[in-house]
Design a binder for this molecule. Structure first.
Ligand code: FES
Length: 363
């Protein structure tokens, strides 16, 4: 009966209100009375907040009772009220499953990008003792059972802040794993994180080794891969690192099924010759209709923001659905997969959609 009700309400939300759920549709109204509220969110209290490097901040959060503990390698969406607007971003949990299960705590280690809209302002809007909204844990960048139940080595490849899931994975699984585990960690000179934690893990677990690498001086990933024992390869980092790793693995015939990947930038392939040609967008926003001229070579979210359109957004990588809107007509391209949409009405996420021609949108 409960399932039937859920299905009916989901059908009404999607077909009448073009939202994934009725609570999502009612969200703006509820937030008007209770600004911190979000549908499908849990509460977490900031218990530690410290600047660990000039541009890296660490948050330790105590999660409220019903939050479902994460699997190492997963991420959460954090929602913070900034200047009266709820703003969300997705961050990987950089602490073990045991810490969440036993102490109800998770740690986020957040790189602050000077040109970002969220991370550089965190210290301004969050204090120790504040309550934040977090989502349930999400993501599939976890250690498969088959990897932990064999003697096949595990090779981890991290780039920049892509180190965070590996810290959670190592803290959670290292003591149980029997096989060799190694980590190749690329970052800019003097920008490697978790140096002490890695050194201490290597000291206490003889089957773990790691290398801190700098692309400019240590060269490409291909120079550092040891694939003789056909390891499981887990990789997390910018698109350039993951794609050059795939290339190097393909070159030696490394099995696709032994690769697990998390990439934190969409592969935005430029459109061909006409990518600078303008396209016309008809936009209906809060009942008002306007026409805008956009380019084909950038996602809709950034372009609408540049033109001063107030658009909700969160993760900016196709995860949180906050930028979702109704496309009435026209074709968009998904920047993650390169797939083209159907020309008719459908829900799209602005942050991972590039316009291919004239579009009609309703926000
Ligand atoms: S901003 Fe999160 S899906 Fe677009």
């Amino acid at each position: 009966m409960k399932k039937l009700f859920q299905r009916i309400s989901q059908w009404i939300a999607q077909n009448l209100f073009h939202h994934q759920s009725l609570s999502g549709y009612a969200q703006p109204l509820i937030q008007w009375f209770k600004p911190g509220w979000r549908s499908h969110a849990w509460r977490a209290k900031v218990v530690v907040m410290q600047q660990v490097k000039a541009d890296v901040i660490e948050l330790e959060l105590e999660v409220a009772g019903s939050w479902p503990s994460h699997q190492a390698g997963q991420h959460v969406q954090l929602t913070v009220e900034m200047n009266g607007r709820l703003t969300s971003r997705v961050f990987t949990i950089a602490s073990s499953e045991q810490l969440a299960q036993q102490q109800r705590r998770i740690r986020l280690v957040i790189k602050q990008y000077s040109r970002g809209q969220f991370t550089p302002k965190l210290a301004e809007f969050i204090n120790t003792g504040d309550w934040l909204n977090i989502s349930r844990p999400m993501g599939e960048f976890t250690l498969p059972d088959t990897a932990s139940n064999t003697t096949r080595p595990v090779l981890m490849i991290a780039g920049g802040s892509g180190i965070t899931p590996f810290i959670a994975l190592l803290e959670t699984h290292l003591a149980k794993l029997q096989q060799p585990v190694s980590l190749l960690y690329f970052a800019k000179k003097d920008q490697h994180l978790f140096n002490e934690a890695l050194a201490s893990m290597a000291l206490s677990h003889k089957h773990f080794s790691y290398q801190l690498l700098v692309r400019e001086t240590d060269g490409d990933i291909a120079n550092h891969l040891d694939l003789d024992d056909k390891p499981w390869v887990m990789m997390c980092g910018p698109a350039a690192l993951t794609s050059s790793t795939h290339k190097a693995l393909d070159a030696v015939g490394h099995n696709d099924d032994l690769r697990i990947q998390e990439q934190f930038q969409p592969t935005s392939q430029p459109l061909q010759s006409d990518c600078d040609k303008p396209v016309t967008i008809g936009l209906k926003l809060q009942g008002l209709y306007q026409k805008l001229t956009l380019k084909k070579n950038d996602n809709l979210l950034s372009q609408l923001e540049q033109q001063g359109v107030a658009v909700s957004s969160g993760c900016r990588m196709g995860v949180c659905h906050q930028c979702q809107c109704v496309k009435r007509s026209g074709i968009v391209r998904d920047t993650r997969s390169g797939q083209l949409s159907a020309p008719g009405e459908q829900l799209i996420q602005l942050c991972v959609s590039q316009p291919l021609g004239a579009l009609e949108l309703e926000l």
